[in-house]
Design a protein. Structure first.
Ligand SMILES: *Cc1c(COP(=O)(O)O)cnc(C)c1O
Length: 394
């Protein structure tokens, strides 16, 4: 099919809720994707942070192929090996918790919020979330997402949510009461613009939850699975949550989400209270196991630290040449370039030159290189970005 033919199908039969670029992607390989016209594109925002170990990682592809020949799916009233193995691997890499599996980030956050309610006493029904957060598109996670643009046309929202400025300890303290069931926060905000939580703030959230009998939820849907140079971003800040959610990078491209809770909190999720038909299916879990093994065998956490520093330094150097750049911020390979003006056109121009990046909040360019990348790919990306900034300044 030609690009026009595929786009024609979408025009006629697919709901138009995504602004799509006029490009059909037919293949992904490592740091690159290829469109129907054979154009090769360097992907520095692979699958919106899903393909964090690159497109079609061979170990993930192999695990999926092998599992597909044995068992694709079995319902959750029976046991399956991959789900048990994956839960163990995750527990060993986080805080020794137990996992519930689902299929997406929003579902993981839904499960987290339900568990927080179930675990705390009945009068506790409120959630505190941070301005600029992003927690998903279902009704509860949309309500938790403290950005008015995501609420437009959908009022009234669910009751019981308080929004406080990110990194503002006093504001969180003020919004606390006996009625708060949980604080839910991203240690580093992604869609909100690569806003890095301070240790002081995250530790204060921990303390306030403890003092008030509330549950601390970290949304690690974007930050999880090594992108920041540690398995989970909270591990940078010396504070542990009661509940943590994961999704995007977890399945290496397969749809899977997970909510991990401490053993004590997890005990409140008893039969009949929550479920997911597809959650923890064998093939998605097999893929996630392969992701964890690949990250370890290929030392990708170390690479995220080392390459992250390299990339942030190189991008920061562009600041001297381009007044369009205000500053660069990030942790590991989760990088934001704060521009002084709008970034959408820059993203489009980079795509024309074979580089995929992203712009969020109007003025923040997101670089989320796959953890398998090397210096050569960063150099290539920065060169294209540099040339587009030069042209745009004219
Ligand atoms: C993407 C994202 C979600 C939502 O995940 P879906 O899989 O799209 O439902 C939730 N929280 C954060 C931090 C995210 O980045």
């Amino acid at each position: 099919m030609t690009t026009e033919e595929t786009m024609g199908l979408f025009d006629k039969y697919v709901i138009g809720n995504y602004p799509r670029l006029a490009r059909v992607i037919v293949k992904g390989e490592g740091c690159y994707m290829f469109d129907a016209e054979g154009k090769k594109i360097l992907d520095m925002f692979p699958g919106w942070a899903v393909s964090a170990i690159g497109h079609c990682h061979p170990k993930v592809v192999e695990a999926v192929r092998e599992q597909a020949g044995e068992l694709l799916h079995i319902d959750n009233t029976l046991y399956s090996e991959p789900q048990g193995k994956l839960a163990k691997l995750l527990s060993e890499r986080a805080f020794g918790g137990k996992s519930f599996f689902c299929n997406s980030g929003a579902e993981a956050n839904e499960a987290a919020m339900k568990l927080a309610r179930l675990h705390t006493s009945e009068e506790k029904y409120k959630f505190i979330t941070a301005e600029g957060s992003f927690h998903g598109r279902t009704f509860a996670t949309m309500t938790a997402t403290a950005q008015p643009k995501h609420h437009e046309g959908l009022l009234p929202l669910l009751p019981g949510f308080a929004y406080v400025p990110f990194n503002d300890v006093a504001a969180m303290e003020e919004s606390f009461s006996d009625e708060v069931a949980a604080v839910m926060v991203e240690p580093i905000q992604g869609e909100g613009g690569i806003n890095i939580g301070t240790a002081e703030y995250l530790q204060a959230a921990r303390r306030l939850c403890d003092e008030n009998g509330a549950v601390l939820i970290f949304d690690e849907v974007t930050t999880g699975m090594g992108r920041t140079g540690k398995w989970f971003a909270y591990q940078h800040f010396g504070v542990e949550p009661d509940i943590m959610t994961m999704a995007k990078a977890l399945g290496g491209g397969m749809a899977i989400g997970a909510m991990m809770a401490t053993e004590e909190v997890a005990a409140s999720l008893v039969p009949g209270k929550h479920a997911s038909t597809f959650g923890g299916n064998a093939i998605a879990c097999a893929a996630a196991i392969a992701v964890i093994e690949a990250i370890e065998q290929e030392k990708l956490l170390e690479n995220a630290v080392e390459l992250g520093k390299y990339a942030q330094d190189k991008l920061s150097q562009l600041k001297e040449k381009h007044s369009a750049i205000d500053h660069v911020r990030g942790v590991g390979l989760m990088i934001g370039v704060q521009l002084t003006g709008p970034g959408a056109e820059i993203v489009d121009k980079c795509m024309e030159k074979g580089l995929r990046i992203n712009c969020t909040q109007g003025t923040v360019i997101r670089f989320m290189p796959p953890m398998i990348a090397g210096r050569a790919e960063i150099d290539e990306a920065v060169e294209i970005f540099d040339s587009v900034l030069t042209e745009s300044a004219k």
